[in-house]
Design a protein. Sequence first.
Length: 763
Amino acid sequence: MALLSSILFSLSLTVILAAEQTLFEDFEKGGFEAWRMTGNAFGGSASSTQGGNQPGEVTGFAGESFASSFTQGPKGMGSLTSSPFTIRKSYISFLIGGGNLKGLTSIQLLVDQKIVREAIGRSDYNMLPKTWDVSALKGKEAALRLVDASTRPHGYILIDHILFSDKPEPSFPPATRNGLPVIPGLTATSQIPGLQIPKESNLKIFATYADHGLYSPNALSVDTDGNLFVTEAHRFGHCVPSTKNHPYWLNDDLAAVTLNDRRKLHQKWNHRYPIAKMTDRSDRIRLLKDSDKDGIADQNTIYADGFDDLLDGAAGGVFSLDERVYFACIPHIWSFRDTDEDGKADEQKKLLSGFGPRISLAGHGLDGFAQGPDGRIYGTVGDRAMNVSTQESRRFSYNDQGAVFRFDPDGSNFEVVHSGLRDPQGIAFDRWGNPVTVDSDSGQGDKARVIYVVEGADSGWRTGHENLHTFHREIGYSKRPVNQWMQERQWDTFHNNQAAFLLPPVGVLTVKPAGFTYHPGTGFPDRLLNSFLLCDNGGTPESSGTWSFQLTREGAGMSMETPQKLIWGTMATDLVFGTDGHLYICDIIVQSNSERPGRIFALSARQSPNRPPDHPGVAPLFAGGDIQKLASIKLFELMKHEDYRVRLRAQLTLADRPEAVPYFINATRQKESLNLALHGTWGLWIRARRRGSAASTERLLELLANPVEELRAQAARALGESPLKDAGRLVNSLQDPSSRVRAFAAISLARLRVRAAFNPTLL
């Protein structure tokens, strides 16, 4: 019934739109048979971006083609005049670009051979909508004339999609090229039909289902030798069900606090959804190697599998670090090693357990990982919740929300960093050490969000918001009740009526966020330096792809600049920068039988005489773990490297050496390289936190007076985990002119429980 109602509504809407506007000319038929032509400016047919002479990259048109008077170059002149018509609607609208010379480069409305309306461009190649109010001319016979009577710069006119309508804001179709949407900076590739990639790029398919057995790829990671680890979510949907499809167990799910509670739930409802169905397939990690460096994987092994327990899945993030591989798969975080180098893990350990005591929504599980400048591994969990007991016998129980967490590489010192999330999709750090995640919408009219991760922050999400909307009948409401998440716009970017307890997102973006990374400083595409890259799964290849965006400082927080589409036309699930400078992307090929064959392809820079060869990448530095064998002075120098991955690896390697602290102190004293000073500060952070280094702590205190704002901020951030005995100088940082410094100082003082730093009325 709902489907029938939707169809009827769509049909009625189409009829209404058709009645409101009439297409007069869209220039899609090729020639100008219905127009009277003079001169040679417009050529013999409509123009497109596929070929022909154009003043530049024309944008903003509708469909495939448009009228252009630049076909003969700037010297061409002429006109196009339409057949007469009677004005029957109140508005005439069109898309216009080109010159701004009135009477010389314009579109004109003629009544009784006189110009009664005229429009000009803005001296550029971008067509914009323009509307004339012609209500006073109804019943008059008229004609349209396109004029190019100029040979000056920008002496041309661009016109497309002329409409007669009853409303001043008509709807124009999007621009297309060979049936695909025209996206600035992107071009179609024949290797993957429907996919658009950056114009300056080459694409090579690295692995496929047919050749490598790749199925339902979910996450990627690159090891130091440039090999790819990919997780495969075979259990998603089938073995990892969603409460949306089984609302009868909602109340039991809401009552679940431990993993054993969830196991008992499935046993209780075994007659409705058999446990046997949930244990008949395994998620896995696949290892792909390109030994001959031809861009195609030629070695293919199952690195780890056997994740087929009732509670397992779906496969989440994977992260290669030195000799270990970390794997996020509810209910555990695993650590693996391949000691005999046969491409298969022979040593495995559960580092942490207790994730996903609830079924909730199937995809709201574990994701990650990324290593922070503090040396810890950061990950995310969705609102399938957690009840984690740590190695230090601490318990973290978050039953109605997701969170960002971190832990040391050996699994110790687990803690929650940022809570109140719904379904965060991994985490990435920018070059300043700022952690960022992306969180999905709930389908209520809210939007997916970009989150600046701040220690102790709460983004406001609770599963109760979902229950009041999606499961209101199951919890006893015949109609959806008031929902704070929507009523108060808790999901939105900052506004004056926002609840004070939550930290708003820095931006809204995507339909369904997926894989997430940050440009490391070298590699393709170099125009995206300082940019985050985010996969967006809109449900179909046509509505899916990846975005790039940058964050800028705004007070103590961030704001998001206008995002751009990086690739479009594929259901990408993750992306990662290889040590070879290429960008690797995994996607799912949609099929009608609900199967999810996968693919991995790589993008690299297209060579040309005017473009230097690709940056060689960082492979020579990482291969075989060579960076760990370097002398400390060489590691010190590498903390200046243009690639963040190299700088961080050099810093972390040096931090484990007994002579590290003097190197880090010297790094913060030099003034030639801010990168070196930043990584020196982070190195001091690690030594102060892990080893209680008094010298590191004292240097961090000195940095609170540094003239460079970012060094003061990072020092204030690091001191929160130092063996600080006298917090006086850190308290003084609460008066720093920089709000970023003040924010980090306040967070650190709260972590250190320095009561004297705060107003007694707040304690």
